[in-house]
Design a protein around this ligand. Structure first.
Ligand code: G6P
Length: 608
């Protein structure tokens, strides 16, 4: 989704802003722009398309100045176009605004502003903010921004500059992430630390209804009444090279291949030398955890699929009912939340608007919220009672891969930890489970080494018009996730289904033009999957099977089989998804698509 960077210092602002926007490309966008202040005047350069297009424009239209804002826009109100791209200006051309989020009452504000003589040029909700600030401006930019945000309904991360006060940037946040980056003789604002990692690792996270006023030498953090607030300075632990491709053609490929390393990191964080499970800074007390009667998992997208695996884990390890909801459904469906419920919110970014809204809905019932999250200091982590970090490192590719297996691995450890506390599993089962999980990274590596065979299968199937993914039991979510990966990046219609439901609908789709991916690893449901395979073959469907090494039976009637190392059924989702991620990746690459930045999608969906 939209990205923001702001710079104030002594250096030329444009290269810094352009680099920041480049680092934000992964979030998904369709237009971009920059504004600077030079010799007391604002100058803007905006374009539709990519940062490369903006850079070409900046060669023709040279912008100077040591203070400025940059923005990548992901269209919500109004088509992608130069006029709708940010930064937006007020009528006097003295105030400029970049904005992430949605101003919900923009129509009312717009009508009012028009009555007051404002000429509104774009179809965006953001432009009204520039005019509103301008109308309230009486020589103090922060007071004008404060006045404007009082009138704004909806979500925002705002960056504002004025040519009348060229030595400052004013930033404000409500429900959309924003950080201040601290430098020496220079300071930054950004919607995401990735934008400023080249320049600083010292950041301050704004919370909802907070503002920042930054100059080149100072940072003032304020509440919306203008009172100073004290904030901690955080040091970002990852490096700039973590957000680079390191020899891979795409971030998605790099992130798929990073999974063994990520899972090893989780194992060393969660398992002590004495082989007990622990979580850093986990602060839900044992007496409460022993009393929990049901678990409610809230998530969106890929994290929702990890949550579905979590349901199988929690119900089988703890024998307590577990429900899984999309944040977007949970927030509106008047859920029944009992007293001794534990809510688990899963999110890579920690900024997904619907997941956050689901958590807020749950908190109205005074239940405790544990988040499983990848991004330190994100909104979700701040709003939860406790957090378990997934340690996956920055995930840049829009299609989530390493965050998914990291979330599942974390759920296994959480399930085992709770089972130990509640005595719902024997010590020997728990020890055996830990031993099995420790072997997963090596087994994932084995699958990854077989990438070329998966690429060959991708080549043979990329022209199929539709894919059906079938899985059973704990690999039903794997089927959903496999289908999601394919449709996200290759735009081929793909559906995931519980194989047992095949006869209740999807079987009608099967013919020789349909590829059917069957997750048929060794398990107690293997024979059931074989029946689904037979039914598909009888209707000429083209099967790609995921099977366990050593399986000879499937060889008798299937040509395309991707083998995975043997693993207990309950831990198999950590392996079965790897070939499906690779299959989707290769199909998209071979079709010539921009895998890391699929059309219409955003990495972090910070609006509803
Ligand atoms: C977007 C991303 C998905 C992600 C989902 C949830 O749709 O494109 O990859 O799974 O949001 O994101 P979260 O950050 O909450 O895990």
């Amino acid at each position: 989704m939209c990205g923001i960077i702001g710079y104030i210092g002594s250096k030329d602002a444009v290269p810094i802003l352009a680099q920041g926007l480049k680092n934000l490309e992964y979030r998904g966008y369709d237009s971009a722009g920059i504004v600077t202040i030079y010799k007391g005047k604002l100058a803007t350069a905006k374009c539709k398309g990519r940062i490369a297009d903006l850079k070409s424009l900046l060669k023709k239209k040279v912008l100077r100045g040591n203070v400025g804002l940059g923005h990548t826009r992901w269209a919500t109100h109004g088509v992608p176009s130069v006029v709708n791209a940010h930064p937006h200006l007020d009528c006097s051309g003295k105030i400029s605004v970049v904005h992430n989020g949605i101003i919900e009452n923009f129509q009312d504000l717009k009508e009012n502003l028009k009555k007051q003589g404002c000429k509104i040029k774009s179809q965006t909700d953001t432009e009204v903010a520039a005019h509103l600030i301008s109308k309230l401006y009486k020589g103090n930019l922060e007071a004008a921004v404060r006045g404007a945000v009082k009138k704004i309904k909806g979500s925002f991360a705002l960056g504002v500059i004025s040519s009348d006060e060229p030595g400052k940037i004013v930033a404000a946040r409500r429900d959309s992430p924003l950080v201040v980056g601290l430098g020496s003789g220079e300071n930054f604002i950004a919607s995401d630390v990735a934008a400023i990692l080249n320049y600083t690792k010292q950041v301050i996270y704004l919370e909802d209804n907070q503002m920042a006023v930054i100059t080149k030498d100072s940072v003032n953090m304020l509440d919306m009444r203008g009172n100073k607030v004290n904030k901690d300075i955080n040091t970002i632990s990852y490096r700039q090279e973590d957000v680079q491709k390191r020899g891979f053609s795409h971030f998605m490929a790099k992130e798929i291949h990073e999974q063994p390393q990520v899972l090893s990191r989780i194992i060393s964080c969660c398992v002590s030398r004495q082989n007990t499970i622990r979580f850093k800074d986990f602060n839900l007390d044992s007496s409460f955890l022993k009393k929990v009667e049901n678990i409610i998992i809230i998530a969106c997208g890929t994290a929702y699929h990890a949550g579905l695996v979590g349901k199988y884990i929690m119900e089988s390890f703890l024998r307590i009912p577990t429900s899984v909801d999309y944040g977007s459904e949970f927030r509106y469906r008047k859920p029944v939340i009992r007293k001794n419920s534990l809510v688990i919110a899963i999110s890579q970014s920690g900024e997904t608007a619907d997941t956050l809204a689901g958590v807020r809905e749950a908190k109205k019932s005074k239940v405790r919220v544990l988040s499983i999250c990848n991004v330190l200091g994100s909104s979700l982590t701040r709003e939860s009672d406790s957090v378990i970090y997934t340690h996956a490192g920055p995930e840049i590719s829009v299609a989530s891969t390493k965050a998914y297996t990291a979330q599942i691995m974390t759920l296994y450890f959480l399930g085992l930890y709770l089972a130990n506390l509640r005595n719902s599993l024997s010590k020997s089962y728990i020890n055996g489970a830990i031993a099995s999980l420790k072997k997963v990274p090596t087994k994932q590596r084995e699958i990854l080494q077989n990438s070329s065979a998966i690429k060959a299968i991708a080549k043979k199937h990329l022209h199929f018009g539709a894919f059906l993914y079938l899985g059973r039991n704990i690999n039903f979510p794997t089927a959903l996730e496999g289908a999601l990966k394919l449709k996200e990046i290759s735009y081929i219609p793909a559906e995931g289904y519980a194989a047992g439901e095949m006869k209740h609908g999807p079987i009608a789709l099967i013919d020789e033009y349909r590829a059917v991916v069957c997750i048929a690893n060794n398990s107690f449901v293997f024979d059931k999957m074989v029946s689904n395979i037979q039914e598909t073959l009888a209707r000429k469907g083209k099967i790609i099977a995921i099977a366990t090494q050593g399986n000879k039976q499937l060889r008798e009637y299937l040509k395309e089989i991707i083998f995975i190392p043997p693993i207990e059924e309950e831990f198999s989702p950590l392996l079965t998804i790897i070939p499906l991620q690779l299959l989707a990746y290769y199909i998209a690459v071979l079709k010539g698509y921009d895998v890391d930045k699929p059309r219409n999608l955003a990495k972090s969906v910070t609006v509803e």
